[in-house]
Design a protein around this ligand. Structure first.
Ligand code: FES
Length: 218
């Protein structure tokens, strides 16, 4: 899908949020992904023109961060955390199962164009290891069977709800939200910092440890 004048207008809208145009580059690239499913050469050219950088400079940013994709992502993006905590508790097994079921490897898309899988790094959600993401929404305490069920629902078009509330909307919609466009789901999560996540802080307070309430006590 070619980028449109509407896309250009939205990119300019993002730029207007920042004192320096080039500072807007990261959300701009996410907006390009929301339109094209990846950071296309055309998107790189357009961003470069708008912020006054060389296309090579924009490409350097797009190739540095793993969230920017160089080829089209499927309808849904599934990330499986394989860092130590998640990997040991089942992340590696989950990734291997999805890879085998879908007959694709890391950063590849299923033949029906529905699912892209990726081995991802720690999502700072180790409390709920093994963790996966669907369109960057958390799926906590996963297992091979649970993720197979998620994939089956996604492929058949059934609704999939994140463990933390939001209903997953698709990769492109997620990218649009990351670009800063309101998707109306900002308040959809109910337990983003629940008792399990704050367990360390609770114990620290109970035991009178010095590093509490966001600062060191003397
Ligand atoms: S290791 Fe997976 S969320 Fe931290």
């Amino acid at each position: 899908m070619a980028l449109t004048e509407e896309t250009r207008a939205q990119l300019l809208e993002i730029v207007a949020r920042y004192p320096v145009p080039r500072s807007a580059l990261n959300p701009m690239l996410h907006l390009v992904q929301s339109e094209e499913g990846y950071v296309s050469p055309e998107g790189i050219e357009l961003c470069a023109e708008i912020v006054g950088l060389a296309p090579a400079e924009v490409a350097a940013v797009a190739t540095f961060y793993t969230m920017y994709k160089r080829r089209p992502v499927g309808e849904h993006h599934i990330g499986v955390c394989v860092n130590p905590q998640c990997g040991i508790l089942g992340g590696e097994a989950i990734f291997d199962a999805l890879s085998s079921d879908l007959e694709i490897g890391n950063d590849e898309t299923s033949a029906d164009g529905k699912i892209t899988i990726e081995r991802i790094e720690c999502q700072a959600a180790c409390t709920y290891a093994p963790v996966a993401t669907v369109d960057w929404e958390f799926m906590d305490d996963m297992s091979v069977d649970k993720m197979r069920d998620v994939v089956a629902k996604l492929r058949s078009g059934e609704e999939v709800q994140s463990s933390r509330g939001p209903v997953v909307q698709g990769f492109r919609a997620a990218e649009r939200a990351i670009a800063g466009m309101d998707d109306g789901q900002a308040d959809a999560g109910a337990n983003n910092a629940d008792a399990n996540m704050q367990r360390g802080l609770t114990v620290a307070k109970e035991q009178g440890m010095p590093a509490v309430d966001g600062g060191l006590k003397s």
